[in-house]
Design a protein around this ligand. Structure first.
Ligand SMILES: CC(C)(COP(=O)(O)OP(=O)(O)OC[C@H]1O[C@@H](n2cnc3c(N)ncnc32)[C@H](O)[C@@H]1OP(=O)(O)O)[C@@H](O)C(=O)NCCC(=O)NCCS
Length: 164
């Protein structure tokens, strides 16, 4: 596949898209916060990483109320495929929290999770957000630590959980 033109990429993924480096010249992977997320595709991605399903109308609302929703797309002119996702909630000024970070298992282990997080942080910096938190599952703590995230330093704060 020839390299897609910048005009095509902008029309599909928005002006703030970012191309991810891939070892395969036929494969183009694009990060975008402007391309709309298809809920069914997102559900398929969540299924693929083993997350339990949530009602689609609640997911739609959660996405609408999020500060950023980032998709990682395997480029195709007619049918881009969602292969990664992350979103952030927050006030858009001071605080943000990252949620639902996922890369499809077929695309894991190639540096795309790192690219996804790097893009999320860059976009939060553009907004001026200077404090970012996230809640990691125990088996991915090393993934975040490898990118400079610190487990609550000095243990001055604790994460609390309350489900009314
Ligand atoms: C966690 C996840 C997003 C990582 O994506 P990925 O594309 O495989 O990650 P990358 O290839 O960019 O990995 C970047 C680095 O983190 C490391 N890493 C990746 N997953 C890791 C893990 N679970 N634990 C420790 N280190 C990990 C990689 O070895 C790599 O290290 P290197 O820079 O020394 O080579 C992906 O495995 C995933 O979607 N998992 C299922 C969903 C999930 O658990 N999400 C997190 C919820 S908190």
């Amino acid at each position: 596949m020839p390299d897609p033109s910048n005009d095509l990429l902008v029309s599909l993924y928005g002006a703030r898209h970012r191309l991810c480096p891939t070892p395969n010249p036929a494969l183009h992977l694009v990060l975008s916060l402007e391309r709309e997320i298809d809920l069914i595709e997102l559900e398929q991605l969540c299924d693929a990483v083993g997350w339990s399903r949530r009602p689609l109308r609640r997911v739609r609302k959660a996405l609408q109320h999020s500060l950023l929703c980032v998709g990682l797309w395997r480029h195709h002119t007619r049918l881009p495929k969602l292969v990664g996702f992350a979103r952030c909630t927050g006030d858009g000024v001071v605080e943000a929290t990252v949620w639902d970070v996922a890369v499809h298992p077929l695309y894991q282990g190639a540096g795309l999770g790192r690219e996804l997080m790097d893009y999320v942080i860059a976009e939060l910096q553009t907004l001026g957000v200077d404090r970012v938190s996230l809640f990691a599952d125990p088996h991915v703590v090393g993934f975040y630590e490898g990118q400079g995230w610190e487990l609550e330093p000095q243990r001055r704060r604790c994460a609390f959980w309350y489900a009314p």
